[in-house]
Design a protein around this ligand. Structure first.
Ligand code: NAP
Length: 282
């Protein structure tokens, strides 16, 4: 049985958001799939997956338009995450990009606004943009994405940088690199991780190494991949699913309790990192 009320993650402010949310990369790319994508996101909202991750990058704003339609009439239930492209991340560029995103999202605020990855503009510039947006209520929190430990240390050394509400990075069974240094650093500094590509863009759904554990739990390999990430109970997880069956399966993964034996088997098939490596990007 899946829980009716989703487990939550506390942001540094103390505000709680659902641990399991929904991604939107590859949504909004064609008119033909628009309604299907909207329906999938709405089903996810009905199931309590009210954290939705999007970005100005995705389908050049098209994904934000899908999100706008999905959250119509229910904005207050949702926690919307969007991102500024690195090339827009000067002070004025960040403010202008956010205003364009707000228009596409048909809302007056983005709950969490992230720098998508580090670009040329100095971090001070982006921070100044975030601060201006916070001051006028256009965003409620700011955060980053694809930041490794050295990037986080640089951010935290800047005035106001330690108000960062989250770092969104890749994390799944085949990409466990953050367990070595970034995850411990983030825990020590109280910055919750938001795990992207938790099913390795669908590839873990076809991974044979997961079949036996999946069979034991009467689950699918994709659900085991998700259960593994959800097992880190201080991490937000944002699988993308445009297929309603996938949305239901992903929600049901919350009900899977991996045993110590399962986790040991997963460690053998997908070994944890034994040394520090640069953060991977997808
Ligand atoms: P993902 O969530 O690991 O995988 C999505 C793919 O898996 C889709 O093809 C989806 O198919 C399929 N899928 C979903 N649920 C499934 C299930 N239960 N069984 C089998 N297949 C399933 O990959 P992702 O989209 O790369 O990552 C998730 C989100 O993270 C993105 O959408 C985006 O919002 C964010 N992201 C952020 C960054 C960044 O740089 N910050 C980078 C990558 C992703 P259907 O769509 O057909 O259901």
């Amino acid at each position: 049985m899946s829980p009716k009320v989703l487990p939550t993650i506390a942001l540094p402010s103390g505000e709680k958001v659902p641990q399991l949310g929904q991604g939107t990369w590859r949504m909004g790319e064609s008119r033909r799939s628009f309604e299907t994508e909207v329906a999938a996101l709405r089903l996810g909202l009905d199931l309590g997956m009210t954290l939705i991750d999007t970005a100005e990058l995705y389908a050049e704003g098209g994904a934000e338009e899908v999100v706008a339609e999905a959250i119509k009439g229910r904005r207050d239930e949702c926690f919307i995450v969007s991102k500024v492209k690195p090339e827009n991340s000067t002070r004025s560029g960040t403010i202008a990009a956010c205003e364009r995103s707000l228009k596409r999202l048909k809302t007056d605020r983005i709950d969490l606004y992230l720098l998508h990855w580090r670009g040329r503009p100095r971090l001070e510039e982006t921070l100044a943009g975030f601060e201006a947006l916070l001051a006028k209520g256009a965003i409620r929190y700011f955060g980053v994405s694809n930041f490794d430990v050295d990037d986080m240390e640089e951010l935290f050394a800047l005035p106001g940088g330690n108000a960062c509400a989250s770092n969104q990075v890749v994390y799944n069974l085949t990409r466990r690199g953050i367990e070595y240094a970034l995850l411990p650093w983030s825990r020590a500094h109280g910055v919750p991780i938001m795990a992207y590509s938790p099913i390795e863009q669908g590839r873990l759904g076809r991974n044979r190494a997961l079949s036996a554990i999946a069979a034991r739990h009467e689950a699918t390999p994709a659900q085991i991949a998700l259960a593994f990430v959800l097992h880190q109970t201080d991490m937000m997880v944002i699988p993308k699913a445009a297929d309603e069956r996938h949305v239901r399966e992903n929600h049901a993964a919350l009900g899977i309790a991996l045993t110590e034996a399962d986790l040991a088997e997963l460690d053998r098939a997908f070994p944890p990192p034994t040394r520090r490596r640069p953060l991977e990007l997808l």
